[in-house]
Design a protein around this ligand. Structure first.
Ligand SMILES: [Zn+2]
Length: 203
């Protein structure tokens, strides 16, 4: 734990003094512009990728960046979606999946989850990804996992739209849902282009 205690000390002494004014302003309330949904994976850092400061991203993370369809689970995901969309009125939602995702690897290969019953049940919400993979002729396991990572972003975007708070805002045309996929080996971020039905470079 020493490394982490030293990290807190460094933050308090060196970083926080520069951010004090920002947090004083944020004391009045948060007004994030983006609801960022991504994987719990320790190699993903939303603020690092987007170079954003505290107060700019409202973040939901879980294994596999999964949003259960509305009414199928009463966990923190539904509450977080409702709070971000109907409460904070964020104008943008980003579903950010990533390549080399452990959750999608397990979904495809099912090597370890048999010993992890809760994880296995959770990945059941991504079962449509497994079903959709059958349409693709992919040779290697790596290609299958990468395709699963991409398909999962699209399926979770669909699931988001089943939540009444999201459907209401979409009907009013005042919220946008973006599908991103990130590769931490290259820093490449691609965005789903609905017209071209594929992911293209964000930048
Ligand atoms: Zn992941």
């Amino acid at each position: 734990m020493d490394k982490f205690v030293a990290g807190v000390e460094k933050y308090q002494q060196l970083i926080f003094p520069r951010q004090k004014g920002l947090f004083q302003r944020l004391r009045a309330g948060q007004n994030p512009r983006v609801f960022f949904i991504t994987c719990s994976d320790s190699r993903i850092d939303p603020s690092l990728i987007t170079q954003t400061e505290p107060g700019e991203l409202f973040v939901l993370r879980n294994p596999g960046n999964i949003i259960p369809p509305f009414g199928t689970a009463h966990g923190s995901e539904a509450a977080t979606v409702e709070y971000a969309v109907a409460g904070l009125k964020v104008p943008h939602i980003i579903v950010c999946g990533h390549y080399h995702c452990g959750a999608m690897t397990e979904l495809v290969q099912r090597e370890h989850v048999d010993d992890l019953p809760i994880t296995s049940a959770w990945l059941g919400f991504a079962q449509p990804v497994r079903n959709a993979l059958g349409e693709y002729r992919l040779d290697s396991n790596d290609d299958l996992v990468s395709k699963a990572c991409e398909l999962n972003v699209l399926i979770q975007m669909q699931n988001l739209r089943t939540h009444p708070s999201v459907a209401d805002r979409l009907a009013q045309n005042d919220i946008s849902i973006h599908g991103w996929i990130y590769d931490f080996l290259t820093a490449d971020v691609q965005v789903y282009h609905s017209g071209q039905h594929c992911f293209i470079s964000l930048t």
